[in-house]
Design a protein around this ligand. Structure first.
Ligand code: NAD
Length: 499
């Protein structure tokens, strides 16, 4: 338990549109990645706090789910306008508590708002249908909300990831309890305050905390469904445990995304895109490049990647800036992986982000969690860094002799979020796209995030559960189909009802 520094706000939970103090006295420091200073205190809520939040959601459910889809979409439209008007404040909060640069924080907000925009169109896209299935018999199906649903989210997109699920879940008529990441709890607290001026009480509730609150939410008897995003180990646990309790669970896990650079790729474009992919948000993206498989000898491409990555500077402003990683634990994990690659596996350090960069000086001067872009050249695909999710600005490069060898390496990795091929050949792009073992494929695009209305989700250890998390996958996950069969015409004498 941390002691509370003076003049630092302690965050509250949010339920029935009111800030409510957690019952627990246990607090955790929210630390700025820029300088390691405490910027807020977050309560570690107990099962009793989760209970209150679920109760708030439960008491709002009947009225909220009883509204027409169009009426709920009207609330979402007002929420969209409110959040858009306040988006720069949210951007500043994201920069402050997460550390990503301003342009990336704007992307975090605008991508989250895109899912909200999609949910505003639910009346047009989530209606049921009616058909006459036999003489005088009509079948109708409609989408019905599940009840109280929960979300447990990671630190890396303080706004976007919660908004992957909230708009569609509440738009479909569910009421929601969110447990934000304890590392970045400020953004969603502010969103809840803004939403309180728009949504009826109890539709969106926030309960802060760590795994204790998450587990209580998962196990709560009145929570019908749970969407989780985070590391694969926790995702698997949440999915296994939640489904064993009879709940609907979708749990997105980690990633190890592979990019293939074929000999005919556009060198400049590829180098820039690879660098954007592995350094964007300091590599703390589940869609970030992690492994680059270079088919054949391509020294020019590799040296351009190193040159462009080396040009990045620590900071929050400007297109060449890269922010810090989230905390000291992340620094230890990333540096440990780099050391292991070099000292144990014999990889060559083409660019060292740990010691000899402006980022290292920045860490010394500020006390923040700065680490520069790092490029490793490996000799074997069995090296640990080729498999382990480093989740930092580190690129592992391996040369392969053929496209099929590169594809076999990509296919053998245990995750399955993204993969990308860089080529100027349509046939080669088609060949690789159909053979990757990942669910989100890029051709000449290293962060192939599907935009709405396409849904987001991986395979293998990147996702536990069947549905996707946004788009029509989200509609499917946050509703069940009620089928109503009706026959009004009086039956003819001796006729079967099937007639
Ligand atoms: P994390 O697994 O440590 O935490 C995620 C959430 O789970 C947090 O709210 C945390 O409080 C909670 N939690 C942690 N341990 C728990 C436990 N034992 N039981 C119940 N809840 C628990 O993840 P993180 O470090 O915050 O986020 C980074 C990870 O998220 C990376 O692996 C990244 O790839 C992944 N991620 C995946 C996607 C995707 O779409 N697949 C998107 C974003 C992030």
């Amino acid at each position: 338990m941390d002691s509370k520094p003076t003049a630092v706000t302690t965050l509250s939970n949010f339920m029935s549109n009111k800030a409510v103090s957690a019952s627990s006295q246990e607090l955790l420091s929210v630390v700025s990645p820029h300088d390691g200073q405490t910027i807020a205190m977050v309560p570690l809520s107990t099962a009793a706090d989760v209970d209150k939040a679920v109760e708030s959601a439960k008491s709002a459910f009947t009225e909220w789910s009883g509204l027409t889809l169009k009426a709920r979409a009207g609330y979402l439209l007002t929420l969209y306008n409110t959040l858009t008007e306040n988006s720069e404040e949210l951007v500043d909060l994201i920069v402050r508590e997460h550390g990503k640069n301003k342009a990336e924080a704007r992307g975090d907000v605008s991508k989250g708002l895109e899912t909200l925009e999609y949910a505003i169109s639910l009346p047009q896209i989530a209606q049921g249908r009616v058909e006459y299935v036999s003489g005088g018999v009509q079948c109708q199906d409609e989408r019905v909300p599940l009840g109280v649903v929960g979300g447990i989210v990671p630190f890396n997109f303080p706004f976007m990831v919660p908004f992957w699920t909230i708009p569609i879940a509440i738009g479909m008529g569910n009421t929601y309890v969110l447990k934000p990441s304890e590392k970045v709890p400020m953004t969603m607290t502010r969103v809840a305050e803004l939403a309180a001026n728009v949504l009826p009480p109890g539709v969106l509730n926030i309960v802060h905390g760590d795994r204790t609150a998450a587990q209580a939410l998962l196990e709560h008897k009145d929570v019908q469904a749970l969407a989780f995003v985070g590391t694969s180990e926790v995702a698997q646990h949440i999915h296994t445990h939640g489904t064993s309790l009879g709940k609907r669970v979708l749990a997105l896990g980690g990633a190890k995304n592979h990019l293939l650079a074929l000999k005919d790729c556009d060198v400049d474009m590829t180098a820039q895109d690879v660098v954007n992919s592995f350094t964007g948000c300091a590599g703390e993206r589940c869609m970030a490049a992690s492994v680059l498989l270079v088919v054949g000898e391509q020294p020019k491409l590799i040296s351009k990647i190193v040159e462009k990555a080396q040009a990045l500077v620590p900071g929050s402003e400007g297109t060449r800036s890269m922010g810090p990683v989230i905390d000291q634990q992340a620094i230890d994990r990333i540096e440990g992986a780099i050391r292991h690659a070099v000292d144990v596996d014999g990889a060559q350090l083409l660019l060292d982000g740990c010691s000899s960069s402006a980022f290292a000086s920045c860490r010394k001067e500020t006390g923040g969690f700065w680490i520069g872009p790092t490029v490793l050249q490996h000799k074997s695909w069995t090296d640990k860094a080729m498999h382990f999710e480093i989740f930092g600005p580190v690129l592992s490069i391996l040369q392969c002799s053929s496209i099929d060898e590169a594809l076999a390496i990509e296919n053998a990795n245990s995750y399955g979020n993204a993969a990308c091929v860089y080529t100027t050949s349509g046939a080669a792009a088609e060949y690789c796209s159909r053979r990757f073992q990942a669910a989100m494929i890029g051709v000449n695009i290293g962060v192939p995030v599907p935009r709405e209305p396409f849904s987001f989700g991986g395979i293998n250890r990147s996702k536990f559960g069947t549905s996707d998390i946004t788009g029509d996958g989200g509609i499917e996950f946050f509703s069940y189909r009620r089928k109503i069969t009706t026959k009004w015409a009086p039956p003819k004498k001796d006729a079967s009802w099937m007639s």
